[in-house]
Design a protein around this ligand. Sequence first.
Ligand SMILES: Nc1nc2c(ncn2[C@@H]2O[C@H](COP(=O)(O)OP(=O)(O)OP(=O)(O)O)[C@@H](O)[C@H]2O)c(=O)[nH]1
Ligand SMILES: [Mg+2]
Length: 251
Amino acid sequence: MLEKIIEANKAVERDMADSRQYKIAVIGKMKSGKSSFIRAYFRYFFGDDAGINPPIDIVECTRVSREYSLPFHEVALWDIPGYGSTSVTEKDYFKLHQLDKYDAYVMCSAVYSDFELALHNEIALQGKRYVYARTKTDMAMRNWMRSQNATDAEWTRERNKIEQSLKTYFHDVPIFFIDNKKPNEFDFPNLVIQLPYIADFSIESRRKKQEHDKKKKKTSKQHSTQRSTHRSTQHSTQPSTNETASSCALM
Ligand SMILES: Nc1nc2c(ncn2[C@@H]2O[C@H](COP(=O)(O)OP(=O)(O)OP(=O)(O)O)[C@@H](O)[C@H]2O)c(=O)[nH]1
Ligand SMILES: [Mg+2]
């Protein structure tokens, strides 16, 4: 019996080692809905019993990074404090929260801010990938439709316009419009289903970048060695000024 249990445990350990859990950081401006996204994510997959309830508030709330994960689920979400408050400024956001250690990112944003472009560039420098989650779509839709007295079709056109303008800033980044309060609506289901693929893609793209950087470094090292060898050969085959002078004198 004991042997069977040990064997079963070993099999579980093997499975766990085989199944990779992606480390995904949920980042963005304070109050953009990062913690709400994490709650909605686990609720979407596991219902209210998931027991994953990062604190949510209308005032600044998340002050330290924290992991939310479940065993055997392929995605671990990290709730990262938001930038833009007095306690967490935009400057050094990436360094401060050691964002380089994550496999991929979900960038939450209810309204575009220029700092998102800085984050976008930082992630690209790392060779990694992320998804752009446009949160609070429900509110944006309600407010816009009310102010314009618009129809659903007009809202769809407006939403497409917003998406197109975001795409001009964030090339190649998947953009999803979501409502964290209703994870079955808008693009939420599409986002969460694609998340592991994006994380995989991010890891692969990071690996390729590292390989490319390594090759580049090696080639530039080779070039500099060649240059210095060339210089020293030129130096040894060319007569010194004194030799030239003396050979001239001999002629
Ligand atoms: N209507 C609506 N409200 C949202 C949505 N996402 C978040 N909220 C609300 O926005 C407020 C802030 O949400 P949080 O999840 O605490 O935001 P956060 O980014 O984690 O905030 P900090 O950790 O303080 O930076 C809360 O009142 C949420 O209920 C959404 O998609 N729709
Ligand atoms: Mg939070």
